[in-house]
Design a protein around this ligand. Structure first.
Ligand SMILES: C[S@@+](CC[C@H](N)C(=O)[O-])C[C@H]1O[C@@H](n2cnc3c(N)ncnc32)[C@H](O)[C@@H]1O
Length: 317
């Protein structure tokens, strides 16, 4: 599969070797890459698939769609949309309960982050947008304009763990009353001027956390993940693999709980064994927890953006 998406920007797929190892690819199996991006993982999966194998790749970004549709490999099928609709897609395509492996590589790709036109970059100026798909939700600029200060504070605190969330939220609302913030540089500069000078020497750009938080909110990333996790077990084959790479602690917590809730019985004290027995009868165990993996030092050195990645592997029963 030759893919040349927007050559100026590139994306390095994380934990490629580990993904291939833990997907345990069957030559003629059916696989889903729920976050196609620049196709780094799909390409590796295709190398392992036989002529009757199939990979369905999902992405909601229109830039990705344009390029993915140029791919002519008959084993590849592109779905333009959100992975939260996995149940609908699987039903429509007749692959419900037939999927042998699925991969989620959550978040945004490097080109989405780096291309200033997309409005995610606090380094290079662009329109303050941050949407993976402009037909979904509202732009970051519009959200900051319409939202209450308290809610902005909560988002910055919760999704960005930003220490100065309160000050930043206040500064945003104040600025928007004078002149609406429409450019990424305007927001980045405002955040820099809000954070106390002595704290600015930290390794990360002072706007990193706020931009991350706003991006997660604008794209409803956690909600998308919740819906996907709710439906995923109903589309997978028996003994199929579910691989999820997350880059944010809140995402990883959701993935961890999903695996835990579906792979264990409630932790009930031994003396309540009758109750436990009843619960065990009621609750269906549907998953086996396989492994949690982080990128090795070498990978982090070559691709610093991989440093926060956590891969969780589970298998359906
Ligand atoms: C980290 S990148 C994936 C990179 C890819 N694995 C590769 O190797 O090139 C995440 C991709 O998922 C897409 N994405 C994020 N959330 C999505 C969602 N809810 N539905 C569909 N695509 C989504 C983004 O547009 C982006 O292209």
């Amino acid at each position: 599969m030759e893919q040349k998406i927007n050559k100026k920007y590139s994306h390095i797929a994380v934990m490629k070797k580990e993904i291939i190892k833990y997907l345990k690819i069957k030559k003629n199996g059916i696989y889903v890459d729920a976050t196609f991006g620049y196709g780094g993982h799909t390409k590796e999966i295709l190398k392992k698939l036989g002529k009757n194998g199939k990979i369905y790749a999902i992405d909601k970004d229109p830039e990705i769609k344009k390029e993915a549709e140029k791919i002519t490999d008959p084993r590849f099928y592109f779905i333009y949309g959100s992975f939260s609709k996995i149940y609908n897609y699987a039903t429509k395509l007749g692959i419900k309960k037939k999927i042998d492996g699925i991969l989620f590589d959550l978040g945004v790709s490097s080109p989405q982050l780096d291309n200033p036109k997309r409005g995610f970059s606090f380094i290079n100026d662009g329109p303050l947008d941050m949407r993976m798909n402009q037909k979904n939700y509202i732009s970051a600029s519009k959200w900051l304009r319409k939202e209450k200060e308290k809610k902005i504070f909560i988002i910055l605190k919760k999704y960005g763990e930003e220490r100065y969330a309160k000050k930043i939220a206040r500064a945003i609302k104040k600025q928007n009353k004078k002149k609406i913030i429409t450019r990424t540089n305007e927001l980045a500069n405002l955040i820099c001027s809000t954070i106390p000078k002595s704290k600015k020497k930290r390794k990360k750009h002072p706007a990193t956390r706020s931009f991350q938080a706003i991006r997660i909110h604008v794209n409803q990333e956690l909600k998308e993940l919740d819906i996907a996790l709710k439906n995923i077990l109903d589309v997978m084959n028996k003994k199929s693999r579910i691989l999820i790479i997350s880059f944010h602690s809140l995402e990883d917590k959701k993935v961890k709980n999903f695996i835990l809730n579906n792979s264990t019985y409630n932790n009930i004290p031994k003396k309540l064994s009758i109750l436990e027995n009843n619960l065990q009868k009621q609750k269906k165990i549907r998953l086996k927890n396989i492994k949690k993996i982080s990128p090795n030092k070498n990978e982090i050195k070559k691709n610093p953006r991989s440093r926060s990645a956590i891969l969780r592997v589970s298998e359906t029963l």
